[in-house]
Each structure stands twice: as structure tokens, then as C-alpha cells.
Design a protein around this ligand. Structure first.
Ligand code: NI
Length: 179
């Protein structure tokens, strides 16, 4: 079946504040959602997307983070399909990294988070999986996990920085498309 590009909800929108519900069963409907989310993420383009960003309040995440496996090889992106994901471990070491969000287009902010995470989740066949991630993937997974709790990256900033970013976002929207 052809995949569909879904509209991405942008801040400020009350739906992005909703805590997503666990998926009862990984069935064809969920696989369809996963596929549509991957297509939507690629077109955006982005490296991660949570279901609530396309208006579905279920605990579903997709990521596609390019990773270099060898120095002489081009970076290859592995697509991860995560249903009911949980963070089971975070490293004590923290790292500051610039973060963006498809729901807050073209705005970026430095944010401190654990450098590494371990996760448990169901894959697109409903099988239980575990992974450990560092670098951009660890960052992306934590960002998407926040979405499942109704937390946006701006919610992790000081009120002053949050208002600055949301004001810039509102201003950018008012500009004509050719500007
Ligand atoms: Ni986001």
C-alpha cells in the first residue's frame, strides 16, 4: 500500500501537550501509521517523528539517524520503528547539543541531556527489542520520548528563551513565502 505524507502539527497547539496512550497491539493499523510517519519524516525532512505530531496520541516513534559505520563509507540511516518505547537507562554524563523540532520549524536551541540512553520497545512486528544509543540517535530518541509526554523542547528552556523562540516562530509565519 502506498505511504501517505501526513500534516505535521506545529506549536503552539494544544494537541502537542497531550500525553500519548500505550498501543494495545501492534497490528496492520499501527504498521500503516509507522509507514506514514516514516514517509512524513523523510519529506519534512527530519530524523525523528512522534505520532502525536501527526495528531495520533499513541506511543509510537520513528527515527532515521544517519550513522557512519566506517570512516571510508558514506553515512547510512537505519530506520527505527518504536512502539511503547521506554527509557530504561540514561548515562550520568550530560551533553549540550543544538536541537530542533519539526513542530517548531526552523528554530533551534541548545539543550543539555544525558549523552547515552538504553531503551526497550516493540518493533513493527510487535517483538520486544532493546537498544543502546549515543550521539545524535540518543538525542533524537530523548526528544521524541518527550513528545509522548506532551513536552516540547521549548518547555525545557527558561521562560525567557521559550518566549523568544515562540515569538520568532510566530514572526516567521507572518512573512510571505518568497521572503
Ligand atoms: Ni520534535
Amino acid at each position: 500500500m502506498a505511504m501517505a505524507v501526513l500534516p505535521i502539527i506545529e506549536a503552539p497547539d494544544r494537541r502537542l501537550k497531550v500525553r500519548s496512550e500505550p498501543v494495545a497491539r501492534v497490528n496492520d493499523e499501527i504498521r500503516r501509521l509507522l509507514d506514514d510517519m516514516v514517509e512524513t519524516m523523510r519529506v519534512a525532512p527530519g530524523i525523528g517523528l512522534s505520532a502525536i505530531q501527526v495528531g495520533v496520541a499513541q506511543r509510537v516513534i520513528v527515527t532515521e539517524v544517519p550513522e557512519k559505520t566506517a570512516e571510508d563509507q558514506p553515512a547510512k540511516a537505519t530506520t527505527l520503528y518504536l512502539v511503547n518505547p521506554e527509557i530504561t537507562w540514561t548515562s550520568d554524563s550530560l551533553v549540550i547539543c543544538e536541537e530542533g523540532c519539526l513542530s517548531i520549524p526552523d528554530q533551534f536551541a541548545d539543550l543539555e541531556r544525558p549523552a547515552e540512553v538504553a531503551m526497550r520497545y516493540l518493533d513493527r512486528n510487535g517483538a520486544s527489542q532493546e537498544l543502546k544509543a549515543a550521539g545524535v540517535l540518543a538525542r533524537c530518541l530523548q526528544h521524541e520520548m518527550d513528545h509522548l509526554e506532551g513536552i516540547l523542547l521549548v518547555d525545557r528552556l527558561s521562560p525567557v528563551r521559550r518566549h523568544m523562540i515562540l515569538r520568532k516562530l510566530a514572526k516567521a509565519r507572518k512573512k510571505p513565502a518568497f521572503a
